[in-house]
Design a protein. Structure first.
Length: 154
């Protein structure tokens, strides 16, 4: 169903005339039926460039608060949630190896103090890159097959 749009100003004027001066009874008091808003009205240029226009376009603007969207935590531009797949882990691990692979690997031990971008050698998991120090005793390490949390500095 297609609705036709009419630009006939006379119909708008007749419509306004029908409602002009009407009052409604609310709780025993007579009030104007027109709604009043506390919103600020501002003039908006209609973009046609007609400086001789008799009327400005008035629009009611309500400010909406935008909540900033936090970026998902990522490693080398890949979201951590995607690192649950071993093939994606291997791809990101290769990127880190190309960037930080020249570092001498540290033999992992619970007592070792790790820093971000350290290359560690774990006896069960193999080589891994420290991607984040989450607390003084917990580190996040990316191995070729998975992202794991390890205890350190104890």
């Amino acid at each position: 169903m297609v609705k036709e749009r009419h630009d006939d100003d006379t119909k708008d004027e007749e419509f306004e005339d029908d409602f002009e001066g009407r009052e409604e009874e609310i709780d025993g008091d007579f009030v104007d039926s027109e709604l009043e808003f506390d919103d600020e009205e501002i003039a908006i240029d209609d973009g046609e460039g007609d400086e001789d226009a008799d009327e400005d376009v008035i629009s009611r603007v309500v400010a909406k608060r935008r909540v900033p969207v936090k970026a998902a935590p990522s490693i080398e531009g890949v979201a951590k949630t995607k690192l649950e797949k071993p093939d994606i882990c291997a791809e990101v691990w290769d990127r880190l190896n190309a960037r930080y692979g020249d570092n001498k690997p540290i033999q992992y031990a619970i007592s070792a103090k790790l820093q971000r971008h350290d290359l560690i050698n774990h006896k069960n998991f193999g080589l891994g890159f420290v991607t984040e120090i989450q607390s003084p005793t917990r580190a996040e390490v990316l191995f070729k097959d998975a992202l794991r949390k390890l205890v350190h500095n104890r």
